[in-house]
Ligand binder design. Sequence first.
Ligand code: SF4
Length: 74
Amino acid sequence: MKVTINRGACIDCGVCYADCPDVFEEDNADSTSQIVEAYRIGGDPAVGQVPDALAKCVRSAADGCPVEAIRVEE
Ligand code: SF4
């Protein structure tokens, strides 16, 4: 699945990287969420291609994001 984080909307609440740390992490440089390096598309910290085995936790993170900053595409 493809995952996109609207980093401009992220309020760094920590829900996504608490729920799904295999995919999301905090970017300490600007205090927003980012995709972990292993799953980034073209090195972009806001866009990732994630294996199906992690789909459940990605959806949980997206559902839990209070500002709906995480978009998931199958
Ligand atoms: S859950 Fe949403 S607002 Fe919270 S850190 Fe993740 S992307 Fe940012």
